[in-house]
Unconditional design. Structure first.
Length: 257
């Protein structure tokens, strides 16, 4: 039995973390199931956009399984941390856009999973946070690296060292999420964004994400070198030919079969 339910419809894959009795908290099995589900979507031609959400109406992912971590020593923590980091890297490196539909608590590992996604949409009752320091530990799945890149080091320093909660409206104001909507409109908003993406060239989308990802931490000149290389590679492809021809012919391009 998988802790992640997968549904594919009209090129949109919805992955639902299904452990509602534990507020979708992450243990080894859930980490493995989520990474496998994302990878399977990356490899599936029927999928163009991936949406990740949590089951129920209280939590996206409330964090890692505290009872499991309580018994860990340094070696166990290292393995668990590396597994979580690999899972978030699989999400972040996906050539297909991944949207986080944050439907409640996104704390600790849950916040880190959402930050690995390319786009974040939150319900009005969503709450974000990296409260690990309250437990005498620190974020281990990328929180110390991705949060500063999204909100700046000053706010990241405060959020991580105080362990305080960030409500949806503040998350939107500081750039941690793209949109905040009523909970009953969350999935519709995510699918609306997905459908806007699906109108565009799959290779162009993948190469754009690659440019953005590789540009982080680089100089403008280094980023521009990656950009122009990816830009040039698309010319001469069937996708670019279709897009450019469709524009000249004043019709909608047909990028997907």
């Amino acid at each position: 039995m998988s802790f992640v339910e997968k549904k594919i419809e009209n090129y949109i894959a919805t992955l639902t973390i299904n452990r509602p009795d534990a507020l979708n908290a992450m243990n080894d099995e859930v980490v493995s199931d989520l990474e496998s589900a994302v990878q399977s979507c990356i490899n599936d031609e029927r999928v163009g956009v991936i949406i990740i959400t949590g089951s129920g109406d209280k939590a996206f992912v409330a964090g890692a399984d505290i009872k499991k971590m309580q018994s860990m020593g340094p070696e166990g923590a290292l393995a668990f941390g590396k597994a979580g980091q690999q899972m978030t890297l699989t999400i972040e490196n996906s050539p297909k856009p991944v949207i986080a539909a944050v439907n409640g608590f996104a704390l600790g590992g849950g916040c880190e999973i959402s930050m690995a996604c390319h786009i974040r949409v939150a319900s009005e009752n969503a709450t974000f946070g990296q409260p690990e320091v309250l437990l005498g530990i620190l974020p281990g799945w990328g929180g110390t690296q991705r949060l500063p890149r999204l909100v700046g080091s000053g706010l990241a320093n405060e959020i991580i060292t105080t362990g305080r909660m960030v409500k949806a409206d503040e998350a939107k104001a500081i750039g941690l999420v793209n949109h905040v909507v009523p909970q009953d409109a969350l999935m519709d908003k995510c699918k609306d964004i997905a459908n806007q993406i699906l109108r565009n060239g799959p290779n162009a989308i993948a190469q754009s994400l690659d440019c953005i990802r590789k540009g982080v931490g680089k100089s403008t000149e280094e980023g521009l070198a990656v950009e122009v290389e990816n830009f040039s590679k698309l010319f001469g492809t069937e996708e670019a030919s279709e897009g450019l021809t469709a524009f000249v012919e004043k019709r909608s391009p047909k990028f997907r079969k």
